[in-house]
Design a protein around this ligand. Structure first.
Ligand SMILES: Nc1nc2c(c(=O)[nH]1)N(C=O)[C@@H](CNc1ccc(C(=O)N[C@@H](CCC(=O)O)C(=O)O)cc1)CN2
Ligand SMILES: Nc1ncnc2c1ncn2[C@@H]1O[C@H](COP(=O)(O)OP(=O)(O)OP(=O)(O)O)[C@@H](O)[C@H]1O
Length: 194
């Protein structure tokens, strides 16, 4: 299947970036985020905990923890394929989920309803110049973004974070794919809203 092959190629391309390139990309994207008007007052941000060669959120999350409110996804305990966002603090207890991604211990008072999140930083494997996104293949962000696309999360601004090398000419879009309104790479802020 073409999508699976493309995912493999894009993951390989990402993994072959040097650690210096990866660090430079992450700090350029942090600077771009810090300049956005949305971040000029404290807001609540749904980020992710980067793993492997993903665009690193280490420094981004440290900044969000200090200057904004940071929430990160956990795999939903009973709605398979869905994410739940949890607020993070300095006292958060962590464990790793089934994909070996760190996530906060599930405590109900820490749940951050998506309706309260201002900006959602979205990991991706690939994107195209129309804002189409290719993810890890679990459909987690497609399900999360479906409510946003339907207009039920009016305050939410999803922003994909990516290396420039993750851009491909034309992603095969599936009916459930939700194009991102914005994507930030080290060299460009893609704004697809019109
Ligand atoms: N850092 C991070 N957190 C995230 C995501 C993400 O893409 N990145 N997700 C975005 O949806 C969700 C988890 N989704 C995932 C879906 C599938 C696989 C997965 O199939 N992993 C394969 C290895 C894939 C490969 O390297 O080829 C595996 O574990 O065997 C991992 C995460 C929620 N949290
Ligand atoms: N809104 C939705 N409702 C129900 N099923 C969905 C929805 N969105 C996606 N799916 C299912 O999830 C599966 C994975 O979708 P896809 O390959 O597009 O994931 P992805 O965007 O690459 O992954 P992720 O969002 O986890 O990074 C598909 O088989 C699809 O049927």
């Amino acid at each position: 299947m073409r999508t699976r092959q493309l995912r493999r190629e894009l993951l390989d391309a990402r993994a072959s970036l040097s650690s210096a390139e990866r660090q430079a990309a992450a700090s350029q994207i942090l600077q771009r985020l810090q300049q956005l008007p949305e971040f000029q007052q404290p807001i609540r941000v749904g980020s992710y905990i980067s793993v492997q060669a993903e665009l690193s959120t280490r420094a981004i999350n440290e900044w969000l923890l200090q200057q904004h409110q940071l929430a990160v996804p956990v795999l939903h305990p009973f709605r398979a394929g869905n994410l739940l966002f949890l607020n993070v603090s300095s006292s958060t207890q962590w464990h790793t989920n089934a994909f070996q991604i760190p996530e906060p211990e599930l405590r109900c008072p820490d749940i951050a309803p998506l309706a309260d999140i201002d900006v959602l930083l979205v990991p991706l494997v690939g994107f195209d110049p129309q804002g189409n996104r290719l993810g890890m293949g679990g459909g987690y962000y497609d399900r999360t973004l479906a409510a946003w696309q339907a207009g039920r999360l009016p305050r939410l601004l999803p922003i994909g974070l990516a290396y420039d090398q993750q851009c491909v000419a034309n992603l095969p879009a599936q009916p459930w794919d939700v194009p991102l309104p914005r994507i930030i790479t080290p060299t460009k802020l893609w704004d697809f809203r019109r």
